[in-house]
Design a protein around this ligand. Sequence first.
Ligand code: AHR
Length: 496
Amino acid sequence: MNTVNIFADSRVKIGRIEPALFGAFVEHLGRCVYTGIYEPGHPAADEDGFRTDVLRLVKGLNIPLVRYPGGNFVSGYNWLDGIGPKADRPTRLDLAWKTTESNQFGLDEFVKWCAKAQTSPMMAVNLGTGTPQDAASLVEYCNHPGGSYYSDLRKANGAADPYGIKTWCLGNEMDGPWQICGMSAQDYADKALAAAKMMRYVDPSIKLVACGSSGMEMPSFPEWDRAVLDTLYEEVDYISMHRYYWQEGGSDADFFASYRDMNEFIQMIKAASDYIRAKHRSKKVMPISFDEWNVWYQNQQGRADWSTEPHILEDNYSLKDALVFAGMMNTLINNCDRVKIACLAQLVNVIAPIFTEKSGGSFKQSTYYPFQFMANHAKGNAVSHIIVCEAMDAKQGAVNSVSSSISFDEGSGELAVFLVNYNDAAAALTMELRGFGDLKPLESAEMSGKLDARNSFEAPDAVAPYACGAPVVKGQNVSAELAPLSYTMFRFGGKK
Ligand code: AHR
């Protein structure tokens, strides 16, 4: 049996875990909106056409914010098409995904859906075909109290009170050649600066996210981030990161080590923004909005055929994918001193933890559970810790075969430990956990089994967590066993 030793002290904190670290993403793509969150006529649809079975599953994830409406979609989207009487809304071709967009769901529906899902919107503005004026008008529509053209239009459309949307993305992946009107770093920075100014003239309280590199493989990385931040450093509140992993050839260890690769990417973006901080003699440390991340089999992606609810990007996740996914979540938690927002991309049907059938049911994918555990229980501060375990031999080098994160909420006294054992052998775990009060075991849950097991309508619980044996606690020393190829959460009651 392998051994895993962890040492942590409550006084050595990484940083506060912002609830926004557990955000998600809804794009007009495939069946995320249509037949996902919105399906009038579905037996479970409410008076607004929102699927209540999906709302219930979304609420279980405890998501504080949802990015909308794209993604690549936003770079060709005119938000005015999606407001007002539904019968008058135009049908448009969405060039990003080769879909026909009915515009039956738009901004006002999304804000209403967010309220029902107990979450809040994070909006992206179109900096592809859109102009700074379009972006400012959108802020006016959403956040201005009234007495102007767009704020009165919102009122006329049924929303008397301003939406007060706080966080805004200045475009999406504008470094990508696939992006509608993708551009050079300097062209983007100049356009984003103009948009930022106008949006802030309308509402000075908003927070802005600049587009960072959409991947480490981009030829423009990290020069893009340097150039964009050189222009925008004092004007924006976050730099964005996006990252997806999938297995295409390569060993399991290569795929499992994605959590380490993601960490590398974060360190490089930190370095690029810290260089600009030094250059500008700025006091501000630039936070990261990791506003798209997931496992995504990009080799199987496809654009649609101008249909309205195309089955595209509908990955069905295995236990193996969930283990990689959970490692990525550990990386986000372990970098929470810099990563203040993160959005799981996406929420329903499209590379998503929730899957639906048109006119039919819905089920939780394997990735639903690690997200649910962490979003509900990783509270307070992330705790720095030392982990000593077997290494796995991956293309990234020798990488710990166990990924871990620890959170401690001083208010409630609750301590949570999240572990992914990427080894196909069980491991004897010992933890020395200093200064966390009474380590009374509260909950111990695990996911393991066949790596290729997947949930489906026929077998919705093929991959699901189960209660595992409580750890043995002796003072500040804890011991337990980790199952082979498993995800485990231990929660302790702390001092209360
Ligand atoms: O989430 C799917 C797509 O991935 C988004 O539209 C885009 O921003 C990214 O490339």
